[in-house]
Design a protein around this ligand. Structure first.
Ligand code: SAH
Length: 212
């Protein structure tokens, strides 16, 4: 995986490559998905969510340009795999998951593997973790529409990067935001960030016929 999916496709950060080689991806999956763990694709993890393709995990981690002493925020814990990879590249990870079932499973897997520098929280990742800010990097693993949450920028240390998939119309792109600059990286397809804000009032009433 490291040689053919990552190095050959431009991932050069040796610390990220070492983390990808070290973290046992199969341990973050259910038994029936394990044979496919090192396949070049995303995999289902329950609750309609997915664990990202290895290349995406490596790319997002590398984009943060971590030196090892940072505290990093991850929004969207999912299986916990991305948090595990991040935890090998920085001092501490705070990761937030919307679904309690996924957070619980991720917490258990991370503990089994002895990755003690990861804190898994249940909640709305859009609010970040103000009590642990500022962060030396923020990785968002679900897509936002338009612009990332302003709260994340408030919780980012000067010079640190925020990496986030952003959707515009039908296009989605992984973007890196740093020091007021925005760089498009690669077209992607992520699950949407679940919004916990009451936005229902703006939505069109469902067609009653659809109930049949
Ligand atoms: N990094 C994960 C990939 C998870 S997919 C891994 O390595 O497995 C994105 C995750 O974001 C899903 O688990 C989804 O439930 C979570 N998510 C979506 N909206 C969220 C929100 N508002 N706050 C926290 N987590 C959210």
């Amino acid at each position: 995986m490291v040689r053919t999916q990552l190095r050959a496709r431009g991932i050069e950060d040796e610390r990220v490559l070492a983390a990808m080689a070290e973290v046992p991806r199969e341990r973050f999956l259910a038994e029936e998905q394990r044979p496919d763990a090192y396949r070049d694709g995303a995999l289902p993890i329950g609750e309609g969510q997915t664990m990202s393709q290895p290349w995406i995990v490596a790319c997002m981690t590398a984009l943060l340009e971590l030196e090892g002493d940072e505290r990093v925020l991850e929004v969207g814990t999912g299986s916990g795999y991305g948090a595990a990879v991040l935890s090998r590249c920085c001092a501490e990870v705070v990761t937030i998951e919307h679904y309690p079932s996924l957070a619980e499973r991720a917490r258990a897997t991370l503990a089994e593997l002895g990755y003690t520098n990861v804190e898994v929280r249940v909640g709305d990742g859009a609010a970040g973790a103000p009590d642990r800010a500022p962060f030396g990097g923020i990785s968002v693993t679900a897509s936002v529409v338009g612009e990332p949450s302003p709260t994340w920028f408030e919780q980012l240390a000067p010079g640190a990067a925020l990496v986030c998939p952003v959707r515009h119309d039908h296009n989605e792109e992984l973007m890196r935001f740093r020091d007021g600059r925005r760089e498009p990286v690669v077209p992607v397809r992520f699950v949407p960030l679940v919004s916990e804000r009451p936005e229902g009032a703006d939505e069109t009433e469902p067609d009653e016929g659809a109930e049949l």
